[in-house]
Design a protein around this ligand. Structure first.
Ligand SMILES: [Zn+2]
Length: 103
Protein backbone atom coordinates (compact mmCIF):
# COMPACT_ATOMS: atom_id res chain seq x y z
CA UNK A 1 0.00 0.00 0.00
CA UNK A 2 2.53 2.55 -1.12
CA UNK A 3 0.76 5.80 -1.80
CA UNK A 4 3.74 7.82 -2.96
CA UNK A 5 2.60 9.06 -6.37
CA UNK A 6 5.61 11.11 -7.28
CA UNK A 7 8.85 9.71 -5.90
CA UNK A 8 10.79 12.63 -7.40
CA UNK A 9 9.29 15.02 -4.87
CA UNK A 10 11.88 16.17 -2.40
CA UNK A 11 9.81 15.82 0.72
CA UNK A 12 12.80 15.54 3.00
CA UNK A 13 13.66 19.19 2.53
CA UNK A 14 10.64 20.42 4.44
CA UNK A 15 10.32 17.56 6.91
CA UNK A 16 13.07 16.51 9.23
CA UNK A 17 14.15 12.93 8.85
CA UNK A 18 14.83 10.63 11.77
CA UNK A 19 11.92 11.71 13.91
CA UNK A 20 11.34 9.13 16.63
CA UNK A 21 7.87 7.71 17.22
CA UNK A 22 6.37 9.15 20.42
CA UNK A 23 4.66 5.84 21.04
CA UNK A 24 7.43 3.28 20.60
CA UNK A 25 10.55 5.38 19.79
CA UNK A 26 11.15 3.68 16.43
CA UNK A 27 12.35 6.01 13.68
CA UNK A 28 9.41 7.22 11.67
CA UNK A 29 9.29 7.32 7.87
CA UNK A 30 8.01 10.21 5.77
CA UNK A 31 5.17 8.80 3.69
CA UNK A 32 1.82 9.73 2.24
CA UNK A 33 -1.37 8.56 3.86
CA UNK A 34 -5.13 9.02 3.63
CA UNK A 35 -6.97 10.74 6.46
CA UNK A 36 -10.58 9.78 7.00
CA UNK A 37 -13.06 12.13 8.68
CA UNK A 38 -16.67 11.36 9.55
CA UNK A 39 -19.24 13.75 10.97
CA UNK A 40 -23.02 14.10 10.91
CA UNK A 41 -23.59 11.42 8.30
CA UNK A 42 -20.90 12.73 5.96
CA UNK A 43 -17.42 11.52 5.47
CA UNK A 44 -14.37 13.05 3.86
CA UNK A 45 -11.11 11.49 2.82
CA UNK A 46 -8.02 13.61 2.41
CA UNK A 47 -5.58 11.69 0.27
CA UNK A 48 -1.82 11.70 -0.07
CA UNK A 49 -1.21 13.62 3.11
CA UNK A 50 2.47 13.93 3.89
CA UNK A 51 3.00 12.36 7.29
CA UNK A 52 5.48 10.65 9.51
CA UNK A 53 4.45 7.03 9.82
CA UNK A 54 5.97 4.62 12.28
CA UNK A 55 6.88 1.36 10.51
CA UNK A 56 6.70 -0.44 13.84
CA UNK A 57 3.37 0.52 15.42
CA UNK A 58 1.69 2.54 12.65
CA UNK A 59 1.45 5.77 14.61
CA UNK A 60 0.94 8.72 12.28
CA UNK A 61 2.18 12.22 12.90
CA UNK A 62 1.34 15.19 10.69
CA UNK A 63 3.12 18.51 10.91
CA UNK A 64 1.21 21.23 12.78
CA UNK A 65 0.52 23.63 9.88
CA UNK A 66 -0.55 20.79 7.59
CA UNK A 67 -2.84 19.24 10.21
CA UNK A 68 -4.35 22.66 10.94
CA UNK A 69 -5.00 23.41 7.28
CA UNK A 70 -6.60 20.01 6.71
CA UNK A 71 -8.86 20.21 9.76
CA UNK A 72 -9.95 23.72 8.76
CA UNK A 73 -10.75 22.56 5.25
CA UNK A 74 -12.68 19.53 6.47
CA UNK A 75 -14.52 21.62 9.08
CA UNK A 76 -15.68 24.03 6.37
CA UNK A 77 -16.89 21.17 4.18
CA UNK A 78 -18.79 19.51 7.00
CA UNK A 79 -20.25 22.84 8.11
CA UNK A 80 -21.68 23.77 4.72
CA UNK A 81 -23.07 20.26 4.28
CA UNK A 82 -24.71 20.12 7.71
CA UNK A 83 -26.11 23.68 7.38
CA UNK A 84 -27.96 22.52 4.28
CA UNK A 85 -29.30 19.49 6.11
CA UNK A 86 -30.52 21.64 9.02
CA UNK A 87 -32.17 24.10 6.60
CA UNK A 88 -33.67 21.11 4.73
CA UNK A 89 -32.06 22.26 1.53
CA UNK A 90 -30.37 20.02 -0.98
CA UNK A 91 -26.75 19.49 0.00
CA UNK A 92 -24.78 21.54 -2.55
CA UNK A 93 -22.10 18.87 -2.89
CA UNK A 94 -21.37 15.53 -1.35
CA UNK A 95 -17.85 14.90 -2.47
CA UNK A 96 -14.65 16.75 -3.17
CA UNK A 97 -11.67 15.25 -4.92
CA UNK A 98 -8.44 17.10 -5.45
CA UNK A 99 -5.47 15.57 -7.20
CA UNK A 100 -2.34 16.84 -8.74
CA UNK A 101 -2.44 16.50 -12.50
CA UNK A 102 0.25 14.12 -13.63
CA UNK A 103 3.09 15.76 -15.58
ZN1 LIG B 1 5.83 3.54 16.81
Amino acid sequence: MDQITNPKETTQKTMKANKPCYNCSSLMEVKRTTLHFERGGFYADVENVLAYICPHCGTRSISGPTAQRISQLVDDLFRSASESVIAEKPVPFTGVSMHRVAD
